[in-house]
Design a protein. Sequence first.
Length: 442
Amino acid sequence: MEKLNPWKVGTLGFQHVLAMYAGAVIVPLIVGPAIGLNAQQLAYLISIDLFTCGIATLLQVIGGKHFGIRLPVILGCTFTAVGPMIAIGNLQGITAIYGAIIASGIIVMILSQFMSKIMRFFPPVVTGSVVAIIGVSLIPVAMNNAAGGLGSPDYGSAENLFLAAFTLVLIILMNRFFKGYMKAISVLLSLVAGTITAYFMGLVSFAEVSQASWFHVVQPFYFGFPTFNASAILTMTLVAIVSMIESTGVFLALGDVCERKLDSKDIKKGLRAEGLAVVIGGIFNAFPYTSFSQNVGLVALTKVKTRNVVIAAGVILMTLGLLPKVAALTTIIPMAVLGGAMIPMFGMVISSGIRMLSAVDFSKNENLLIVACSIGIGLGSAVVPQIFESLPTSARLLVENGIVLGSITAILLNLVFNYKELNISESERIEQLKGDHSAEMI
């Protein structure tokens, strides 16, 4: 690809920010009111979330000797933590939330040391299934956003469906007829065009922008110093383990897209950086952070694999976190427009999983059964989580998450059917994980 000048790097970085912005701010918008925060506190929570997203992203992307996967990955707050954070906040107070987050981040850094020992449990039949489950699980999110967002009074309206379809069609047309830079920023251009169209339809409001302040200063422990409660720490640790499983799949998918062969040390450094990011989230009274899987789809769609673009995205996120009025400007993008852009991005994650599975020997009925059961159970859990309502809360944290349940299913079934293959060397396993197939995607 051509060398990117600063303007192009910044624009492509902003596209990454727009792609993950809704996912980043929806967590504070849900958690804040649920634990009794007022409007001013909620505004700060959203801003500090963006600022800490930027710090966590730079930590993972720039990396160092002991931390960071050094791939173009965006970090954001994990959706898995929403329910537990609300429960902890209502029962034990907001400071217990951040004590549990800090403790769980430290535990993640410790557990990351053992990832090299378990890489043999992730052959292509497992990793491909995991990545495919991630993509499939994200599609309902995209479709709900395309309809206007769950709970919105105009959910499924003709206007929302038109905006989603309009945005989606623009992305397809730009990828069909444009080349180079214009093709690379097709998602950004489509989001802008969709928002302008929505404005002329009377669906864009600038009220939140006018009410927001221009600048604020972030501070650690804004909501108070953390308190440490054993049950809260255990709950958040379960969330952290969920995120580790998800992030491992994201790392493998992104490595495949970027044509970089990851070994166990890379995974360990990535998970260690994620654990440190969780600790930083607790210190700044934000959220536990994890690798955003939608980033994989955007990298695959644009074919821009340079880390400089995501470094720019991290700087932009930190800037938005310091400028509430500027950050609020991005909230004018209608949910339906975001949903229309999410459909092809999340679909690309599924494509990445299918490519990984292409290295699997499907002449063996056992491998067919592993893929069938893991994806089937993962999708079923994501679509019908209410079947687990009678289970204890700690168990529901795991089984109601389709990605985790499907991943565990794939790992266990691989142990049952392919246990004889678990003793091959690590280098052979990494080759098996990635295969020799290309990561080029449409």
